[in-house]
Write a protein of this length. Structure first.
Length: 481
């Protein structure tokens, strides 16, 4: 039962699903970017805080579910599931490149690193090899941050096992999502303009699944429980229109138009390259496969830069999701990702520096510290899109202020309860309160069962809705062992 009817005064307009805040401290005295060399950008910390509201629960281990989770370099091993391959960059971030293609066998994104580089008359010859995050016993490698996030979407009760994007729910990237130089960083270097965040959906199971091993064991391969997804990653490119003056100067100094057949070395270069202007977006010709010397590839190859097109099968203008798209409104607002209703999806998130970004120049790394934050929403429209002229949507105590605050559920007893196999589980209940409606415990709904005859981890879910339609969620984990 929910508190509705005559008490319902307003409906929440902004239905925020996920807010992720990432603080990356990038430290190095001297660093070469992709174009010149391969020194290391050290990562001293990388804290992730993720929050969710009414139709989403989150987990880092497939067992403990809540509306908020937190992960960092110091806690990655303790909050992740047993046998995970999450990585916090090892010795540091190394410029790499990817078009988001997935390798279904290891269920990982294909990433390429520089194998060798040498100067040319109009740029730099590039050779690249795939990062060895595949093959028997291979783990994710150093040079980028990667971790698993499990997303339980319980909007709707039907789970459609067959993979079809038309059956899935649209998710949008919030306009507040950004990558900037952190407060203690060095501004005006452009390091933030080469950062990428890739979201790879590995697979999903029904939202009613409670066996942690089944959830964490999701791969790109479908079976009786798992629907393999393994789509090309959605790669977010922040700051696509921003180009620091020194990056432009570096490009203008080193790039020359590439002419002639260029089938053998040395290639011929003559004339100026295409212009790069701050405030305009330009493509990134990302690495799609191994590049050897015989391929005769220059880092500036591409119609927008040196005009050369023969490398187009190896350097691909990947269609990333840009900040320009993030800011579109109304019917022009593009979908960022899709989640099936009543499902648990394994999302593997990669954070890295794109070596083929034109903004990735030699001195950018002195910026040292970047701040990354991103959020997801189900709302296609905002109040500005529809010229909203109703009650104040900001929280407040006045009678006209909209209630956007979820009710709070407090468990009676521990959030994790252990019961011996064959024992008895006793539900202790919970209380619920709301900033406007007060005590709403009587409207609390408790769902979930515990089979004490079978070892495993079971979830008891607590749900309450206030008069404004805001929904509070809480989970208790019951471990039978």
């Amino acid at each position: 039962m929910s508190l509705q009817g005559s008490k319902r005064k307003t409906k929440k307009v902004t239905n925020l699903i996920v807010i992720c805040t990432l603080i990356a401290v990038v430290l190095s005295v001297s660093t070469y970017a992709w174009f010149i060399g391969m020194r290391t950008v050290n990562v001293s910390s990388f804290d992730v805080e993720i929050a969710a509201t009414d139709s989403l629960l989150l987990s880092l281990d497939g067992s403990t579910w809540d509306t908020t989770v937190s992960i960092s370099k110091d806690t990655v091993d303790t909050v992740s599931y047993a046998g995970h391959s999450n990585s916090w960059g090892g010795r540091g971030l190394i410029p790499v490149s990817s078009i988001g293609a997935m390798d279904a066998t290891p269920s990982r994104m294909r990433i390429f690193e520089k194998a060798s580089i040498a100067t040319t008359k109009g740029g730099y010859r590039l050779m690249a090899s795939r990062v060895l995050n595949y093959g028997a016993g291979a783990t994710e490698q150093e040079g980028y941050v990667v971790f698993d996030l499990f997303v339980k979407n319980f909007s709707g009760t039907q789970y459609i096992k067959a993979l079809n994007e038309l059956d899935e729910e649209d998710i949008y990237l919030t306009a507040e999502s950004s990558v900037t130089v952190a407060t203690s960083g060095v501004e005006n270097t452009g390091i933030e303009n080469s950062v990428r965040v890739a979201f790879t959906q590995i697979g999903r199971v029904a939202g009613t699944t409670t066996t942690a091993a089944t959830i964490t064991g999701i791969t790109c391969t479908s079976n009786d429980d798992v629907t393999g997804i393994c789509r090309t990653a959605q790669i977010w490119e922040p700051n696509d229109r921003e180009h620091e003056a020194n990056a432009i100067s570096w490009y203008e100094t080193s790039c020359l138009a590439r002419t002639g057949a260029n089938v053998t070395l040395p290639a011929s270069y003559s004339g100026t390259c295409g212009t790069v202007i701050d405030g305009l977006a330009y493509p990134t010709y990302a690495v799609s496969d191994d590049i050897v010397a015989a391929d005769n590839v220059d880092v500036y190859d591409g119609p927008a830069y040196n005009g050369y097109t023969a490398s187009e099968t190896l350097l691909v203008p990947y269609d990333s999701f840009t900040d320009s798209e993030k800011l579109l409104t109304g019917t022009n607002r593009p979908t960022f990702m899709k989640f099936a209703p009543n499902s648990i999806t394994k999302v593997r998130i990669y954070i890295y520096i794109e070596g083929q970004d034109v903004d990735n120049y030699d001195f950018a790394s002195i910026g040292k510290k970047i701040a990354v934050k991103f959020g997801f929403t189900k709302e296609r429209y905002t109040e500005d899109d529809i010229d909203y002229n109703g009650p104040d949507l900001n929280e407040g105590d006045g009678p006209s202020a909209a209630d956007l605050t979820d009710p709070v559920i407090t468990l009676i007893g521990d959030a994790t309860v252990t019961v011996a196999v064959g024992g008895t589980y006793t539900e202790q209940g919970a209380t619920a309160s709301d900033t406007k409606d007060g005590d709403v415990t009587e409207y609390l709904v408790i769902t979930g069962t515990v089979d004490t005859s079978t070892a495993g981890t079971y979830q008891i879910e607590y749900t309450v809705e206030d008069a404004a339609g805001n929904i509070g969620k809480k989970v208790r984990n019951v471990v039978v062992e």
